[in-house]
Design a protein around this ligand. Structure first.
Ligand code: FES
Length: 154
């Protein structure tokens, strides 16, 4: 879908901007909002480029740089932090050989931190794309990531 078509689908009112940005990002195979899309969106919605960037950069789920097919977001808010978010980061970093903000060489995974995912009852938690995982420990992390890696290698 083109930016024009996405805007048409939602309507070009400013209140629809976040959903439109989501759709633009989701349809990009590299999981980000490119400069060209922002310029087109600016014209279609009559919002300055700086206004779009300002809005999008407020939310951690949007990116202006290419990312992996799977975005891993580890919750860093206090309940998850207390219950071991740092251990979760370390387990992922060890398994994938990347640090926060980086993407694996095969383009599969990008690791990010995020604020509360709304599932504090199963802390520590993370999201991989739209899927939420809770009660995490090193073994569970390893299994989840291996499953995805195996699926992608088929
Ligand atoms: S604090 Fe981590 S899910 Fe709420």
């Amino acid at each position: 879908m083109t930016v024009k078509e996405i805007v048409k689908e939602h309507g070009n009112k400013r209140e629809n901007l976040l959903q439109i940005l989501h759709d633009i990002q989701n349809q990009n195979p590299d999981n980000y909002i490119c400069e060209k899309a922002i310029c087109e969106l600016s014209k279609e919605m009559n919002i300055p480029v700086s206004g779009i960037k300002g809005t999008a950069s407020f939310y951690t789920m949007f990116s202006f740089t290419p990312r992996g097919k799977y975005i891993i977001r580890v919750c860093e808010s206090p309940p998850c932090h207390i219950l071991g978010a740092q251990t979760i980061f370390e387990a992922i970093e060890l398994k994938l050989g990347i640090e926060v903000g980086e993407t694996t060489d095969d383009g599969l995974f990008t690791l990010e931190g995020t604020s509360c995912l709304g599932v504090c009852g199963v802390a520590p938690a993370m999201m991989i794309n739209e899927e939420v995982y809770g009660n995490l420990d090193k073994e569970k992390i390893s299994k989840i990531l291996s499953l995805i890696q195996n699926k992608e290698r088929k």
